[in-house]
Design a protein around this ligand. Structure first.
Ligand code: 5RP
Length: 238
């Protein structure tokens, strides 16, 4: 009887799921939290992982300034004190996700409709640490539909202005009705634009009548991005 010798087969480590990558970066963000201080907290499924991790060190922080009703509810449910943005003059760090981030730390945000409060808390913070899985890293902003929070009566005119720029826009719906943000406004999602100059784009669109907040975060860009990759958490600095 002969025995054939086949080469040893090593099973590659299974790829981490997107959810597992979010957990990894959420936990990695803890090292940017300053003991004894307040931390700025964003919104979204990746930030939810950060909030869960934050709960494990809640006794070491004063509390959080939150960017949405959803994050506030999660923070409070886990016993983390939530402070109003008007109670603070500055924060050491803001931790949030992104829909897209480029090689300069410029981001598109607002997939969770929380962009206005996110930009306010980011503006209060000395450092923006973005947490994201590697699918969010892009060469140029513009693939993910750009969220823009608008006063409802301005929606049609704002969409027409984006059409004049070469894009298309639609009012975001929930259960067949316009989605109403935490601020009582609507979201217009814009497709078909390549945002090659994020600073100029943000400055221009922010001036349009009825625009509350545009989801380009260039003035409030990230200084650090913790990117969940197949080989672990990669730290990008900008
Ligand atoms: C919410 C946001 C989120 O940070 C962004 O949509 C990313 O969310 P997720 O972590 O769920 O992918 O801007 O308004």
């Amino acid at each position: 009887m002969t025995h054939s010798t086949s080469p040893a087969v090593t099973n590659p480590a299974p790829a981490l799921s997107q959810d597992a990558l979010k957990t990894l970066v959420g936990q990695a963000a803890l090292k940017y939290v300053v003991p004894g201080e307040l931390v700025g907290v964003g919104t979204g499924s990746t930030v939810n992982k950060f909030i869960d991790a934050l709960a494990t060190i809640k006794d070491q922080i004063k509390g959080a300034v939150s960017s949405s009703v959803a994050s506030t509810e999660r923070l409070k449910a886990l016993g983390i004190a939530v402070f109003d943005a008007n109670e603070v003059s500055s924060l050491s760090v803001y931790i949030d996700g992104a829909d897209e981030i480029d090689g300069n730390g410029y981001m598109v945000k607002g997939g969770g409709a929380a962009l206005t409060r996110e930009k306010i808390v980011a503006a209060l913070s000395k450092q923006f640490v973005c947490i994201a899985d590697e699918s969010k890293l892009v060469p140029h902003l513009g693939t993910f539909p750009l969220p823009v929070e608008v006063i409802p009566m301005a929606a049609k005119r704002v969409i027409a202005q984006f059409v004049a720029m070469g894009g298309t826009g639609t009012v975001r719906l929930k259960d067949g009705q316009p989605l109403v943000t935490d601020n009582g406004q609507w979201i217009v999602d814009v497709s078909g634009l390549t945002i090659s100059e994020p600073l100029a784009f943000e400055a221009e669109v922010s001036q349009w009548p009825g625009v509350v907040t545009v989801g380009v975060f260039a003035y409030q860009r990230a200084q650090v991005c913790l990117l969940g990759t197949a080989t672990g958490v990669k730290t990008l600095t900008f």
